[in-house]
Design a protein around this ligand. Structure first.
Ligand code: SAM
Length: 188
């Protein structure tokens, strides 16, 4: 928070809703983490509320907005070329991440802005993108299933990043980022 300039606006967007990929289908093995998240949604929402109240007390010049919405839907109402910084850490499913990044790129300031996110455990390669297409509706591929990602990875995040940033992103310990400079996406 300390590095955020006075007068900034922060939009905290979370769906806080069921986001299992296939309606009325039981969650497959390994989706227990998602199910656990769904059970804790109300507490997560209230904890965000408490954090916002605390932040407003410490930094009264900031405008903090909590929005219960899908990321792509909320960003669709924001003007193009208007946002300095986007952090994407919502759904890991390919279809959702793709839409989030599409909207993020549209709202990001062309002159200079940053988009970043979590859950990119390995850098995309043409081979890994091909393999990942088998897991289009899978949140997380467990360790040992794909040789190129021995510790497991999020195929949807990897495919969406490969599609939206073909020149690559920077990444450290699963956290990824890319700058937009004069309309171009660059790692530095
Ligand atoms: C891995 S958690 C991360 C939450 C938060 N970014 C953090 O670091 O604490 C993923 C969150 O994404 C939310 N979510 C899932 N799909 C979403 C979507 N399409 N748009 C916005 N939020 C979504 C879930 O409700 C969940 O709280």
């Amino acid at each position: 928070m300390d590095t955020i300039p006075d007068g900034s606006e922060l939009f905290l967007i979370d769906a806080w809703a069921k986001f299992a990929p296939v309606p009325n289908q039981p969650l497959a093995p390994g989706f227990d983490a998602i199910a656990a998240q769904e059970r804790n949604m109300r507490y997560a929402y209230l904890s965000t509320f408490d954090q916002v109240i605390k932040a407003e007390r410490e930094r009264p010049s900031l405008r903090l907005v909590i929005a219960r919405s899908r990321g792509d839907r909320y960003m669709a109402d924001l003007a193009p070329d208007s946002v300095d910084f986007v952090y994407v850490d919502g759904s890991h499913y390919h279809a959702d991440v793709r839409k989030d990044l599409l909207e993020a790129k549209r709202v990001m300031k062309n002159e200079f802005s940053i988009v970043c996110g979590d859950d990119l455990e390995v850098f995309p390669t043409p081979k890994l993108v091909e393999i990942s297409k088998r897991y289009d509706r899978i949140d997380f591929v467990h360790p040992g299933k794909v040789a190129e990602a021995p510790d497991g990875y999020h195929p949807g995040v990897l495919m969406a990043i490969a599609e939206h940033f073909p020149d690559g992103v920077a990444m450290q310990d699963g956290f990824w980022w890319v700058f937009k400079r004069d309309g171009k996406y660059v790692r530095e």
